[in-house]
Design a protein around this ligand. Structure first.
Ligand code: ATP
Ligand code: MG
Length: 417
């Protein structure tokens, strides 16, 4: 018996026509982000484990449960990246990018790895498209980034999404909030899930992010961080809202949102939407991380970023996935005609025209294939055409036809006009 391999659980092949949808999203993203001054950065997918422990935080679900961590042959603990920001901050510090004029703006695209329970909208390898902006604390930059994200989602063709916003304070005001939370959850400790009992000790903020029904119920009356923000954080947040109002951006304040990573400060946001996504309906998420660059040994550098989940974006657009049929299909009878077809196709393809050839088989079977793959036009090359150097073409959509020499074929179907 030969073995039959399948992909690992929770990882997926992305096949055509879905890949063309992905390409469309990537191109739209590169276009919009380019206009906002973002350039691509390509960090590695594997890093020292410590990088993620230090940034995402060991009280987060990602680090506590979801990391693909292993020891390499050199005895080092390495991890497949669960998200992009940590690597980009590392690269920013490692390559001394803080000396470049602020703001420094980057976008990235690539696979992330989290050992999660696979389900709709949740995979173990998934792709994120993200952006990071370093060096400016002004809430105008938060508004600019959010505007860019909304523009991008709109450009991709996604409608009916909602933007949720919150501020989770800074190192001045968050400790007091954590104490208040500890006090609030203390009497309910036994009713909380085991994870939240651990979180209560390590980082009570995480309890606000728990997905267990019982914990959600208990936290309904928990204190809100908005009640304990310091004046600077309040000003920053109201500054952001002022900019967004001025831009006419629609948002919903969500005072309960804390996000799943420890490095966030002040602004956090999520874009949710699309009934088609089921329970996992967040398509993009991000926030400020004003302390992370200095945490990694760089100079004090405010920063903000977001990441979008490609599978969830593509899921919302699924109906639109389509591979274009060839502009021209060249059927040929006999070896000499096949050579002619290949030459004709090469010239057109050179100019970017999508051309298919009807390799072998009867004319009838070649034409059947042309029909199946939705060819726009068909040319048939047989002995007569070879002799005369005149070719007939037929437009398969409207049934019209034409005739001409090689130059005419080229002119008729060349995309590189
Ligand atoms: P969730 O609450 O859905 O677990 P998260 O807070 O863990 O999301 P982030 O770390 O903020 O997600 O990642 C940003 C985006 O990446 C998400 O909004 C989502 O679109 C996508 N994403 C995150 N985890 C997965 C996954 N396991 N499979 C597919 N997409 C994912
Ligand atoms: Mg998650």
């Amino acid at each position: 018996m030969r073995p039959r391999f399948t992909a690992l659980k929770g990882v997926a092949d992305v096949l055509p026509p879905e890949t063309s949808l992905w390409r469309k999203i990537e191109n739209a993203a590169a276009g919009v982000m380019g206009a906002y001054g973002y350039d691509e950065i390509i960090p590695p997918v594997i890093e020292q484990t410590g990088l993620f422990l230090r940034s995402i935080g060991d009280s987060s679900d990602i680090v506590a449960k979801e990391m693909y961590t292993f020891t390499d042959k050199g005895g080092r603990s390495v991890s497949l990246r669960p998200e992009g920001t940590a690597s980009i901050v590392r690269a920013y510090v490692e390559h001394n990018l803080p000396v470049r004029p602020a703001p420094q703006k980057f976008f990235y695209f690539g696979p992330m790895f989290r050992y999660e329970r696979p389900q709709k909208g949740r995979q173990r390898q998934f792709y994120q498209l993200g952006a990071e902006c370093f060096g400016i604390a002004d809430p105008g930059v938060d508004a600019e980034m959010i505007t860019m994200l909304l523009t991008l989602l709109d450009r991709i063709g996604l409608k009916g999404l909602s933007l949720e916003l919150n501020s989770i304070g800074c190192k001045e005001c968050r400790p007091a909030f954590k104490e208040r939370l500890k006090g609030f959850f203390g009497p309910h400790l036994n009713e909380l899930c085991p994870d939240c009992q651990r979180r209560h000790e390590q980082n009570p903020l995480r309890i606000l992010d728990c997905k267990v029904e019982r914990c959600i119920e208990i936290r309904k009356n928990a204190p809100l961080i908005s009640e304990t923000l310091c004046q600077d954080c309040k000003d920053h947040f109201s500054g952001l809202l002022g900019y967004l109002d001025a831009m006419g951006a629609a948002y919903v304040l969500n005072p309960h949102m804390v996000r799943g990573l420890d490095y966030y400060t002040r602004t956090v946001f999520e874009v949710k939407g699309g009934a088609g996504l089921g329970a996992q309906n967040a398509v993009a998420a991000g926030g400020r991380y004003d302390l992370l660059v200095s945490e990694f040994g760089g100079p004090d550098t405010p920063a903000i970023g977001f990441a979008m989940g490609m599978e969830r974006l593509a899921g919302l657009l699924q109906g639109e996935a389509a591979v274009p049929g060839p502009v021209l299909f060249i059927a040929s009878m006999g070896k000499e005609a096949a050579v002619e077809a290949l030459r004709m196709a090469a010239r057109l393809r050179d100019g970017g025209t999508r051309v298919e050839l009807g390799w072998g088989g009867s004319l009838k079977s070649q034409l059947r294939r042309a029909d199946k793959i939705n060819a726009g036009n068909v040319v048939i090359i047989g002995e007569e055409e070879l002799m005369s150097g005149r070719f007939k073409w037929k437009d398969m959509r409207d049934g019209s036809s034409g005739e001409g020499g090689r130059e005419d074929i080229f002119k008729q179907f060349s995309q590189a006009k």
